[in-house]
Design a protein around this ligand. Structure first.
Ligand code: SF4
Length: 852
């Protein structure tokens, strides 16, 4: 926080309820001082305004910014950028390790310049949760989670050593070690405080200044915390680094779309169904770059865990945030998850004093636009097969899957013929089980992702459904790789306490780890025989998962159809073994007596779920499990840590390398070069995701990154994933545009990271040569030829992945010309010195006849 000031007399006394008086920056006082109609502003805007007001120092944040935001208009041209200083930062390990690599590289650069390296130190608290690395190598057995954890430590030892160095080198950097949980669930259940304070010296007196908990995270789904009334969203690692080093996060003043919720969810409908419905609704409203704020009686009645599931999917609906204001439910959640009574009192006092207590009702706040949703109208749903916004009512899935099967690939289909639909193959699995794998067979069923594992109602529903299924004698098809990966150990505690875990185990939904697993594509291998049959016969098989993203090749390289759904539906589809089924009228299977069992027969009632929740959730469990991680994690303790303020780079490491970004660092900015005589490195269509640009998943042996690792003595089984190699620029540059599903239109849309090499404009090869994008880039760079990338709509959607920009820059790309960009990726490109350019409205690469 900047030095305390008293702009407009807004610094006011505050009673935190602890007996010791405090101070706060009062929004009601700002309104009384006539600065703006603050009580009519959306709550999310008021919370950002508090930060702008409190951090006003006349330099980074000026009085003009305070006045501008205090006078936010629902509908106005948006030209002003807001300087937002956040209270803290959260990281996950895939993005956090490269960020720590950058900080370490900055320290090395500062040391080389003869300065004190500790000048580089985060100015706000930073928490990194190690959650993205665990893979589902083992599943379906009691010991699977321990075996996966062992593998994780074996594969990631170097990265974890490096994190431990970071913990001792930086004062403000903390790590939640592997095996504890998933970043957003850990944030919700433990890290988030809701209200924070710092000690400040004011007129020779020390005083606590209280302020709202706000954050940015290097993961798109940071928005899950919006469910607890906390402002926060995902930013690229590059922006987060700037935020850590004291720069405000800048963003264009947003429109705020209010979503007026009424009614209540019906029997048989889950929070996941609601989240998928909201995603579809808001995608259509085009909320990209906007805040979404939920209000009305339906929002008031939703528990925080349901709000969090909806907020989590903000990146899927395209909004910067999916925000629920602060109220009694938030307080109940803080209490239920073990936050202290004293803290809860301060929390309530603070938001009451700010006039921010309670979810707004109709007419109380002015929004840019209002959408309405009656919760009673929400129906059981899934989303897929390729995009989270493509919601399908459960009863229509069979028909929709069949249609998607035949739709062209460009329309999110599979481009097959009806004849291909009947394809099926008999396979013998490694466990000597004979199975039939066909179009629509479920080969992965994963209860995964913080989106849902943070919500006990859907997790308990999965357990209850499993119990009823087992009691009726149903079994999961042996072709299905089933897994359960909760986002915290609290889930295991309540699934055990309610006696439901053994039933999940019987259906092979054994615990596989506490981490992202399938949600981030760490699904691990399929049974070799099944995978072989799928590839050889080009079968469109399916995954069913309780995650939030289902882009091609995200879940598994060879599983083409991916459906998002609630955890109980994941169990149901694992039982059915296929997605070309209408669960409203076709049976899941037969019971012990040969009777048909339908989904409705085993679906848990709301009352059953509520009873299970009441008996299971206890604050003391949260307190116990979120205490002293190191003591609970002997494997983490065994990892040695190097010491010192400057990292001792190991040239032989294939995980951690000093990146070249600061190699020629000087105190003077470099010149801006013109882009002349450039060649196209790739020509892409619409919806190229950051995962297409910089995949997180497995590394192919034959890819440039695979060859690099082999050359450096790494065996194929130790390749690990791109995500885990983000501390090594050599691997990541080779992996840029190396997604097996990326289609370069210069090669007629052929899949894989290849391009045509044309040589220098004057003296290129007679015939353009096909080669990997990396190899072409090296040749072009050696010849001093600048490169451009040409693309269609929504370039860079998907996760906030800064390597998508870093890799692009290191490949020698100087500009990306697209029809439209995703916000974070565009900002990351700018951060890396790559110019994002947009085609004029109505023109495209095709209308301009650009063929690369
Ligand atoms: S579980 Fe999925 S949404 Fe949650 S942090 Fe991991 S990858 Fe992101």
């Amino acid at each position: 926080m900047s030095d305390p000031h008293n702009l407009f007399g807004s610094q006011q006394p505050f009673d935190p309820g602890s007996g010791k008086p405090g101070l706060f920056y009062s929004l009601p006082h700002l309104e009384q001082a006539g600065i703006g109609p603050i009580s009519k502003l959306p709550v999310s805007i008021r919370l950002v305004l508090e930060s702008v007001l409190r951090n006003c120092d006349g330099k980074r944040v000026t009085e003009a910014s305070v006045r501008a935001l205090a006078n936010w208009k629902p509908n106005a041209e948006r030209v002003e950028e807001i300087p937002f200083v956040v209270a803290r930062i959260v990281l996950q390990d895939f993005t956090g390790v490269p960020l720590l690599v950058d900080l370490a590289a900055m320290r090395s650069a500062v040391a080389r310049l003869g300065q004190n390296p500790t000048l580089i130190e985060p100015l706000v608290p930073v928490d990194l949760v190690v959650d993205h690395s665990v893979q589902v190598d083992f599943s379906g057995t009691a010991d699977a989670w321990r075996q996966n954890l062992d593998m994780e430590f074996q594969r990631n030892r170097e990265r974890y050593q490096f994190l431990k160095w970071g913990m001792q080198a930086f004062d403000t950097f903390k790590v939640v070690p592997p095996g504890i949980g998933i970043v957003h669930q850990v944030n919700l259940e433990y890290l988030a405080q809701g209200v924070l304070s710092v000690e400040s010296q004011i007129s020779n007196l020390k005083s606590q200044v209280y302020f709202p908990d706000t954050l940015v995270g290097t993961d798109s789904h940071t928005t899950m915390i919006n469910g607890l009334g906390i402002v926060g969203w995902g930013v690229g690692g590059i922006e987060a680094e700037a935020g850590m080093l004291g720069q405000p996060v800048y963003f264009l003043t947003p429109d705020v779309v209010g979503v007026y919720l009424t009614g209540a969810l019906r029997e048989g409908v889950t929070a996941t169904d609601l989240a998928l419905t909201v995603t579809q609704l808001l995608r259509k409203l085009k909320v990209v770059g906007k805040f979404v704020e939920f209000f009305g009686p339906g929002a008031t009645a939703l528990p925080v865990v349901d709000r969090a599931t909806i907020a989590n999917m903000a990146p899927e609906y395209g909004a910067t945030m999916g925000f629920f204001p602060i109220d009694e439910e938030c307080l109940n959640y803080l209490r239920a998850t073990g936050r202290s009574e004293a803290h809860c009192r301060t929390y309530e006092n603070y938001y009451r004093a700010q006039g921010l207590w309670g979810i707004p009702q109709a007419g109380q706040v002015d929004y840019s636009q209002v959408a309405e949703l009656d919760l009673a109208a929400v129906k059981p749903s899934v989303a897929g097969p390729k995009r989270p916004q493509d919601r399908i009512e459960l009863q229509n899935l069979r028909r929709e899957f069949f249609q998607a099967f035949q739709r062209p690939v460009t329309e999110n289909g599979f481009g097959k013929t009806p004849k291909d639909f009947s394809r099926s193959v008999k396979v013998e699995t490694a466990a000597k089980k004979k199975v039939r794998v066909a179009t629509g067979s479920v080969v992965i069923a994963a209860i995964t992702s913080c989106t849902n594992t943070s919500n006990p109602s859907v997790m308990l529903a999965a357990g209850l459904l499993a119990k009823k299924a087992v009691e009726r004698g149903l079994k999961v098809n042996p072709a299905v790789k089933a897994s359960l990966a909760p986002g915290s150990r609290v889930v295991t505690d309540y699934l055990k306490k309610t006696g439901l875990q053994p039933f999940l185990n019987k259906l092979r939904f054994n615990l596989v780890g506490y981490g992202c697993t399938t949600c981030i594509g760490n699904s691990g291998p399929l049974d070799a025989g099944i995978e072989d049959a799928v590839v050889k016969n080009d079968l469109v098989t399916a995954s069913v998962l309780s995650g939030n993203r289902n882009f091609e090749a995200r879940i598994h390289q060879n599983v083409k159809a991916n459906f998002l759904m609630s955890p109980p539906l994941v169990v149901a589809f694992a039982l059915a073994g296929r997605v070309d089924i209408d669960l409203s009228c076709e049976p899941l299977g037969t019971d012990k007596d040969g009777g048909q069992v339908y989904l409705a027969d085993i679906w848990p009632t709301l009352a059953e779920i509520r009873d299970a929740m009441q008996s299971a959730l206890k604050p003391e469990i949260f307190r116990k499990l979120y205490k002293n991680f190191a003591a609970q994690n002997p494997k983490w303790n065994e990892i040695p840590s190097s010491t010192g303020n400057v990292y001792d780079w190991d040239a032989k490491s294939t995980y951690i390398q000093e990146p070249p970004f600061f190699a020629k660092f000087s105190r003077q900015p470099g010149a801006i070069a013109e882009i002349k005589g450039a060649r196209a490195l790739g020509l892409f269509g619409d919806s190229v995701t950051t995962d297409h640009i910089s995949p997180a998943g497995s590394i192919k042996k034959s890819s440039p990154a695979g060859k690099y690792l082999l050359d450096h003595g790494v065996a194929v089984e130790d390749f690990n994933s791109y995500g885990s190699r983000r501390g090594n620029d050599q691997v990541m540059t080779r992996g840029t545009f190396a997604n097996v599903r990326i289609k370069n239109l210069m090669l007629g849309g052929e899949e894989g990271g290849h391009t045509l090499y044309f040589g220098a404009p004057a003296s290129g090869p007679a015939q353009p040569e096909k080669m990997s994008i990396y190899d072409a880039s090296i040749k072009y760079q050696a010849a001093g030829i600048p490169l451009v990338v040409i693309a269609g709509q929504e370039y860079g959607t998907g996760s906030s992945r800064d390597w998508a920009a870093k890799g692009t820059a290191l490949l020698g790309v100087k500009a990306v010309v697209a029809q439209s960009f995703e916000r974070i990726h565009r900002s990351n490109l700018v951060g890396m010195g790559v110019l994002p350019l947009q085609f004029l409205e109505g023109t495209t690469a095709q209308t301009l006849k650009l063929d690369g």
